[in-house]
Design a protein around this ligand. Structure first.
Ligand code: RB5
Length: 152
C-alpha cells in the first residue's frame, strides 16, 4: 500500500447538492485532505455551469490536485467542467467506475448526482477514486489523444 498522500481537492456543486457537498467535504477532510470549496453554499436555485467552470479552472491551473463536482445528476456540472482545457471530468455512480476513471482515463475530476446516489455510496466513490492510480501505458496514449482534440 503506497504512503497516504495529502491532496488539495476542489469541490463544487449547485443548489441540488449543498447538503451532500457538506457531508462529502467533511468526509474528504476526515481522510486527511485539504478541501477548497467553490460553492454554492446556498439552497437558492443557481446555474451548475458556474461551479463546473470554477472547479475545472482550479484543477486545470494546478490550484487543486483534483476535483469533486455534485449536481442533481452529476451530468450538467461535469459537461461544463469538461469545456475547460485540460479537464477530464467523469460521472461515477458506482465504485467500479470510480477506480477505472482514474486507472484508464486519468480523470482529474469526478462528478456524481445528489439525486442519484446515496451518501454512503458517494463516500465510497470518492474514497475509491482518491486511492486509485493512473495505469499509464496504452492509456497514456489515449488520454493524449483526447487532449489532441482540444488543439484542433
Ligand atoms: C437542477 O435542477 C439540475 O438540473 C442540476 O442539478 C443537474 O442535475 C443538471 O445536470
Amino acid at each position: 500500500m503506497q504512503e497516504e498522500m495529502k491532496m488539495k481537492i476542489a469541490i463544487g456543486n449547485d443548489h441540488a447538492a449543498v447538503e451532500m457537498k457538506n457531508e462529502i467535504k467533511a468526509y474528504v477532510e476526515s481522510l486527511g485532505h485539504e478541501v477548497i470549496n467553490y460553492g454554492t453554499d446556498s439552497n437558492e436555485s443557481c446555474d451548475y455551469p458556474v461551479y463546473g467552470e470554477k472547479v475545472g479552472k482550479a484543477v486545470a491551473a494546478g490550484e487543486a490536485d483534483c476535483g469533486i463536482l455534485i449536481c442533481g445528476t452529476g451530468v450538467g456540472i461535469s459537461i461544463a467542467a469538461n469545456k475547460v482545457k485540460g479537464v477530464r471530468a467523469a460521472v461515477c455512480s458506482d465504485t467500479t467506475t470510480a477506480h477505472l476513471v482514474k486507472e484508464h482515463n486519468n480523470a482529474n475530476i469526478i462528478a456524481f448526482g445528489a439525486r442519484i446516489v446515496g451518501l454512503e455510496t458517494a463516500k465510497d466513490i470518492v474514497k475509491t477514486y482518491l486511492e486509485a492510480e493512473f495505469l499509464g501505458g496504452r492509456h497514456e496514449r489515449r488520454v493524449a489523444m483526447i487532449h489532441d482534440i482540444e488543439q484542433r
